[in-house]
Design a protein around this ligand. Structure first.
Ligand code: ZN
Length: 345
């Protein structure tokens, strides 16, 4: 169990500063040392905002990834990366990303780059907050690959990626990372039409090498690319199968769904820790500390404080930085109100 009741945590990503996005579009004008400095500065900015908010757990904000999983494909072998997106105009959404062609044997001999990210975070973060690394799961990664004669469907592609992710997790634990989240949003988006027990089995085989070696969590959301969901936003189809995920903590998004199916967190808390999304990353309504305190009290009707973590619904990469910063600050302030009421700390 986690070391602090009502722990405040985040899902991996944080908005990229405007200057970083600009720099990313002009990377060819930077030298190698400039780029290293750029990466450090971006992570320092993300750390600063999270520490200022007072979070118990922080990440590197995934500042060195272009988006949640785009950058991982550059690390994989056997791919011909998508040249141009299938839809360029119109409202922003997930269908503006295409699929990569598999041209050889899928592999990841060079790793996925998360160990390097963790080492940078460890080097730059102050003492105090716990440090968390996030790794995309193989099922989610496979979603952007085109099946072919060697890998005839999504499950075949997934199986080829399982060892790649397993090795990254082992390497992370070996590098001293004590808290890892394996993100499988595709599992939560598509559990309604797939066999959820089969998905849970893939997940458990992926994380097997690090079970018991670090604190493991997963984030079950319904999609947030360009701030849009892609799955039917109901948890019921995933349960009870997903209660068998071998993790210490399961995160669910509740704020954007107006706390529908909140009873699910009671079922999760009976087995393991549960992190609840109480901040809506898709809305520019900034939750007040009072809103947050009220939401935490609602969660406490279903799960005890020792089992409960509080977080935004998803990563904050699709939310403007000024809003993300205020939302995190208010989240911690609101949780502290309830901590005071319960005389925790
Ligand atoms: Zn998410």
């Amino acid at each position: 169990m986690k070391e602090r009741p009502l722990r405040t945590t985040v899902i991996g990503s944080y908005p990229l500063p405007g200057w970083l996005e600009f720099a990313c579009a002009h990377l060819d004008q930077f030298g190698q040392a400039d780029r290293a400095e750029l990466r450090d500065d971006a992570v320092i900015a993300a750390i600063h905002d999270q520490v200022a908010a007072g979070l118990d757990v922080i990440t590197d904000g995934e500042q060195t990834r272009l988006d949640f999983n785009l950058s991982f494909y550059g690390h994989l072998d056997g791919l011909d990366l998508e040249a141009s997106p299938p839809r360029r105009f119109g409202p922003p959404a997930h269908d503006q990303r295409g699929k990569h062609r598999v041209t050889g044997k899928l592999g990841g001999a060079r790793g996925l780059g998360v160990v390097e990210e963790f080492k940078r975070l460890e080097r730059l973060a102050p003492a105090g907050p716990a440090l968390k690394a996030s790794v995309p799961g193989p099922y989610t990664l496979s979603g952007r690959l085109e099946p072919n004669e060697n890998y005839p469907d999504r499950y075949a592609l997934t199986e080829a990626l399982v060892p790649v992710v397993r090795r990254e997790l082992s390497d992370l634990a070996g590098a001293g990372c004590r808290e890892i989240t394996v993100d499988e949003p595709s599992m939560s988006c598509y559990a309604h039409r797939e066999d959820p027990a089969r998905l849970a089995d893939i997940f458990n085989r992926t994380v097997a090498p690090v079970v018991g070696k670090c604190r493991l969590s997963t984030h079950l959301c319904f999609g947030n690319y360009k701030g849009r969901a892609v799955g039917p936003r109901i948890y019921r189809p995933m349960f009870p199968a997903f209660l068998d995920l071998t993790v210490d903590e399961i995160h669910v998004e509740m704020a954007s769904r107006e706390f529908a199916e909140l009873e699910i967190i009671g079922e999760i808390a009976a087995r393991r820790d549960v992190a609840v999304g109480i901040i809506d990353v898709k809305s520019y309504y900034i939750e007040t500390p009072q809103d947050v305190a009220e939401r935490v009290r609602r969660c406490l009707k279903w799960a005890p404080a020792e089992r409960l973590s509080l977080a935004p619904d998803c990563g904050l990469s699709q939310t403007a930085r000024w809003a993300a910063r205020q939302k995190l600050k208010n989240m911690v302030e609101g949780v502290n109100v309830v901590r005071g009421e319960l005389k925790l700390d």
